[in-house]
Design a binder for this molecule. Structure first.
Ligand code: ZN
Length: 437
């Protein structure tokens, strides 16, 4: 199996240029000049750019157990349609939660044979399972997710400070990675309860201080244990100085944000439209602009979807109540155009977006075969038309609810290849372990 794709614009690690990407057996074998191609090479259209396949390290698939929310077949079809060739599945919202080696085995078995892109797994760190972490690490999970407050599902309880430190201390013995949902329980308990259709009231119920307090706890525990940690879905621009200072002082903490925090702003969220409910919440535009600035400055490392769908019933669109609705935004398939639309408007180059959404998440998840068009890595490629506008319509994920519905975005994914084969939604994906190449 060999595929050669050439384009006038190819995003390579050292910049963008005209090139031909040669592949064989699913791996990149050479990157040559545009004209140096055999007969039968694919030539992209003049308005298309060749990108490495994206890596989305924050996807909640929910299968088995809550497959009616989202499953492996539908999530990975959405990924392929959106130019995402690798997803890393979150350990919660499925049943079982991925908090034991046995649960990991169950999830891998369920995923096998129905995935349209490659899939790796996060494990979970919950109270009482510190002794299980090393075995899960050796079984191939890319790292461990924890919550610092109620996760919303009973089978995935949060870590208190002692539990957080115990998990980090254990992970430090094998340089494992802890990723944390950083909102503080006590700060949120002291805030007004969310209720009703008012988005402003929901925002007040989850203040920025909840993120700052939890991130402060995580940073302190990371510093004291010498471990590695990562803040998922940062929404709070006011937490950036604290993270910047921690990183400057040598604390090994990385940070991600999500397309919805870079696209939407609280001022524009319609009351009653619970498709926008997620935790931490979409904050005011000042936070959005601070996150863009931090990405550009290198203070935020990556952008991943936090695709977290549920059934329309659980979104409570019937009553539009932000207190009752499940929190989570479905956006895996439109992550690239959403971020690119925002980047383009701010003068950020496409190659930078590709770093945030491919190379950086591949590095976070320890997947050396992914994240760039480089000889020896997987031939995961995307033909992207960066100047073509479109309106978000029906998406491939299981439940159609998304705040992106009807939104005008710029940048269309025209074709995706997974290990040299057209990723057309058929089950070409592989299960990946940390370190696979
Ligand atoms: Zn999540």
């Amino acid at each position: 199996m060999s595929l050669v794709v050439r384009a006038r614009r190819v995003v390579l690690p050292d910049g963008e240029r005209a090139a031909a990407v040669h592949t064989a057996g699913g791996v990149v074998t050479a990157v040559t000049g545009f004209d140096d191609v055999p007969a039968g090479a694919v030539t992209l259209a003049d308005d298309e750019v060749l990108l490495p396949g994206l890596v989305d390290s924050h996807v909640h698939v929910n299968e088995p157990g809550r497959t009616e929310w989202e499953g492996f077949a539908t999530a990975t079809r959405a990924a392929a349609a959106g130019g995402v060739t690798t997803i890393v599945d979150m350990p919660l919202n499925s049943v079982p939660a991925t908090t034991t080696v046995e649960a990991l085995r169950v999830k891998r078995e369920v995923a096998a044979g129905q995935i349209a892109v490659d899939v790796a797994f996060w494990g979970g760190a919950v109270p009482g399972n510190a002794g299980e972490l090393r075995a899960m690490h050796e079984a191939g999970v890319v790292g461990f997710k924890c919550f610092l407050l109620d996760s919303g599902v009973p089978e995935f309880p949060p870590l208190d400070d002692a539990g957080l430190r115990a998990a980090l201390a254990e992970l430090a013995t094998f340089d494992g990675l802890l990723i944390a949902h950083a909102e503080d329980e006590a700060v949120i308990a002291a805030a007004p309860e969310p209720a009703g259709a008012s988005y402003a009231a929901f925002l007040t119920s989850r203040p920025p201080a909840a993120e700052e307090t939890a991130i402060g706890r995580l940073v302190a525990a990371t510093r004291d244990t010498g471990a590695r940690s990562h803040v998922v879905h940062l929404a709070d621009g006011d937490a950036l100085p604290l993270l910047r200072a921690a990183r400057a002082s040598g604390v090994r903490v990385t940070v991600e944000t999500c397309p919805h925090y870079l696209t939407f702003a609280a001022e524009d969220v319609p009351d009653g439209d619970t498709a926008y409910k997620c935790c931490p919440p979409i904050r005011e535009s000042s936070h959005r602009e601070a996150l863009w600035g931090a990405l550009t400055a290198g203070d935020v490392d990556l952008v991943v979807s936090d695709h977290s769908p549920c059934t329309p019933e659980l979104k409570r669109l019937d009553v539009g109540d932000f207190g009752l609705a499940w929190g989570g935004i479905a956006g895996l398939q439109v992550a690239l155009p959403a971020v690119w639309t925002g980047a383009r408007a701010r003068g950020v180059p496409l190659s930078q977006v590709v770093c945030w959404m491919s190379a950086a998440p591949a590095r976070l998840a320890g997947l050396p075969g992914k994240g760039a068009i480089v000889v020896g890595r997987d031939a995961d490629l995307v033909a992207f038309a960066p100047d073509e506008p479109f309106t978000v319509g029906r998406l491939e994920h299981r439940n159609p609810v998304t705040p992106y519905a009807g939104r005008e975005l710029t940048g269309v994914v025209r074709r995706t290849w997974l290990r040299g084969r057209e990723a057309d939604g058929s089950p070409l994906g592989r299960l990946l372990d940390r370190g696979d190449r």
